[in-house]
Write a protein that binds this ligand. Structure first.
Ligand SMILES: [Zn+2]
Length: 263
């Protein structure tokens, strides 16, 4: 094998090992919940339009306050020692876009390679320091509102405390944007999705009240399903985080609840 190939492969392996080690430390620190985790929303103008620019300039911490409120309320329910468990704030606007995320059906190598590039990009644009072991970075692309417009999928990495969110640049969409941010944020600390391939909440873990009699209609949504079940094959999006809860399965995944003490 030519020497430069050996060097290149060795270097890549070292990077993978380094990243894996860093992720492990980050995961331990971020899921101890002994003090609040910091989450920062970095707005990005998704379409380069002046309208979005104005919307981004109008943002402040207050816009995300209901996310803190949601985590405070749910944290109290599960007796989490950090109160609030998560403290969210608005970070500076970014002019660069993260590397384009892979399609859901991309192969595992393509996803791993993108993950590395995304981490490197995040490191360059929001420099790493000690606090990044406990800081969740949410890169939020804002888009103009248009009827029937579908946004790209948002995603939260289950390692690295990084998320990419696609949101609408509109005050009327803020409550929905906050649901998406809270959902992706939970992915970064280990929560998994609780909806099926049609987007319907999976029983029982995707239900806020799986024990309710009668079961339908439900009045609230489990945050990792984000939809309120109305019957066994229909549901509606929650209006705001006030209608969402963190279910027991999600609470276990993020280390808020010990598996043996749950049903
Ligand atoms: Zn999800």
């Amino acid at each position: 094998m030519p020497w430069f190939r050996v060097v290149r492969i060795t270097l890549l392996l070292l990077i993978f090992v380094g990243v894996a080690f860093y992720s492990k430390t980050q995961r331990l620190k971020s899921r101890s919940w002994s003090e609040p985790l910091e989450a920062v929303v970095y707005p990005i103008n998704g379409e380069g339009s002046p309208l979005i620019e104005r919307y981004i300039d109008s943002l402040d911490d207050e816009v995300f306050a209901e996310i803190d409120e949601f985590f405070r309320r749910e944290g109290e329910y599960y007796n989490v020692s950090a109160s609030p468990p998560i403290k969210i704030s608005l970070g500076p606007k970014l002019n660069e876009h993260p590397p384009v995320s892979p399609k859901p059906d991309a192969n595992i190598l393509a996803i791993a390679w993108w993950g590395l590039r995304f981490r490197y990009w995040a490191y360059r644009h929001t420099p790493d320091d000690e606090s990044n072991l406990r800081r969740i970075r949410i890169f939020t692309h804002y888009h103009e509102v248009q009827p029937e417009k579908k946004l790209q999928h948002s995603l939260g990495l289950d390692k690295g405390l990084l998320a990419i969110v696609h949101a609408f640049a509109s005050e009327r969409q803020q409550a929905q944007n906050n649901i998406v941010i809270a959902h992706e944020l939970l992915h970064t600390v280990g929560a998994t999705d609780k909806y099926d391939k049609n987007g319907e909440p999976i029983f029982p873990h995707g239900y806020a009240g799986p024990e309710h009699q009668p079961l339908y209609p439900q009045s609230r949504a489990e945050i990792m399903a984000a939809r309120i079940p109305l019957s066994n094959n229909s549901s509606r999006m929650a209006d705001s985080l006030k209608q969402c809860i963190i279910g027991e399965k999600t609470a276990q995944e993020i280390n808020w609840l010990k598996p043996e003490s749950a049903n």
